[in-house]
Design a protein around this ligand. Structure first.
Ligand code: AMP
Length: 285
């Protein structure tokens, strides 16, 4: 596996592959790989002849006071893992390579970016959409794989690709979890041993909430959200709920009545670690 740091070189490589008729799969990441990332890389290998994994801790999607400087990094280990899981190239630009000092073009995906993480992290999805669009132009993928753990991000990218006629197939990958149910995340590295023991309650709460809909036919979003909030207060003392919200899975608009198209999304601080997770009411996983 080759590591490429320059955008122009990456683009030339992908143009050459395209001229040979090869299909390119892209997996955008911020590194510090866990099995979730590796599953996405393997999925890209099934969809494409050549797999590019980008590793870029994108400063424009972090707000002031967020964990940009502290974000866990281990690019050497990531390169080994990416290669083992079928990546052909790891694209590792630095910030100066991605953003000229007078960079001034931004992509705003209105509506879908408004609620949930968009409300808690102003500017976050503008940074995400802009960097993903840049990665699409640099890597010229036929398909790109994103995790369903970041459900709103996936919705934002799907909307951007549709609205801007970008010829990239967007593929969502199911959430990869630890054996105890905790959604894998690079940020789980911040959790203390005590917090690690508590963190699985994030998902068990979501499953409990879905059972209210499935088994007790409860369809009031407010009621389901209140029951989930109470569950977290009981099982995750000291945590701070950022949001627990029933939204339409495509538009990410809050709903009053839940149905099979609903996604229940949560963001919760356990100590200093912000965990996100979600569950789809119409799916079993
Ligand atoms: P990140 O490095 O956190 O920006 O994530 C890179 C990609 O991996 C994104 O598309 C994420 O949604 C995806 N991802 C992260 N964690 C998981 C997980 N536990 N399961 C599935 N996909 C994930």
């Amino acid at each position: 596996m080759e590591t490429i740091r320059r955008a122009e070189k990456m683009q030339r490589r992908c143009l050459a592959w395209r001229s040979e008729g090869l299909r390119i799969g892209l997996v955008p990441t911020m590194g510090f790989f866990h099995d979730g990332h590796l599953a996405l890389i393997r999925q890209a290998g099934k969809l494409a002849d050549r797999v590019v994994v980008s590793l870029f801790v994108n400063p424009t999607q972090f707000g002031p006071g967020e964990d940009l400087a502290a974000y866990p990094r281990d690019p050497e280990k990531d390169a080994v893992l990416a290669a083992e899981n079928g990546a052909d190239v790891m694209f590792c630009p630095d910030s100066a390579e991605m953003y000229a000092p007078d960079h001034s073009t931004w992509i705003e995906v209105a509506g879908v970016s408004k609620h949930l993480c968009g409300a808690s992290r102003p500017g976050h999805f503008r940074g995400v959409a802009t960097v993903v669009a840049k990665l699409f132009w640099i890597c010229l993928p036929h398909a790109a794989v994103f995790g369903e753990k970041d459900w709103q991000q996936l919705a934002v990218i799907r909307r951007m690709v549709r609205d801007l006629n970008i010829p990239v197939e967007i593929v969502g990958h199911p959430i990869v979890r630890e054996a105890d149910g905790l959604a894998m995340s690079s940020r789980n590295a911040y959790l203390s041993p005590d917090e690690q023991r508590l963190a699985p309650y994030v998902q068990t709460g979501l499953v409990m909430a879905r059972e209210l809909y499935r088994k007790q036919s409860l369809d009031s979003a407010v009621e389901i959200e209140a029951r989930l909030t109470a569950y977290y207060e009981k099982h995750l003392p000291g945590s701070r709920l950022d949001y627990a919200s029933c939204v339409d899975g495509s538009s990410i608009e809050p709903v009053d009545r839940v149905d099979d198209t609903t996604v229940l999304a949560v963001a919760l601080f356990l100590g200093r670690t912000r965990l996100i997770d979600n569950i789809r009411f119409g799916e079993d996983r």
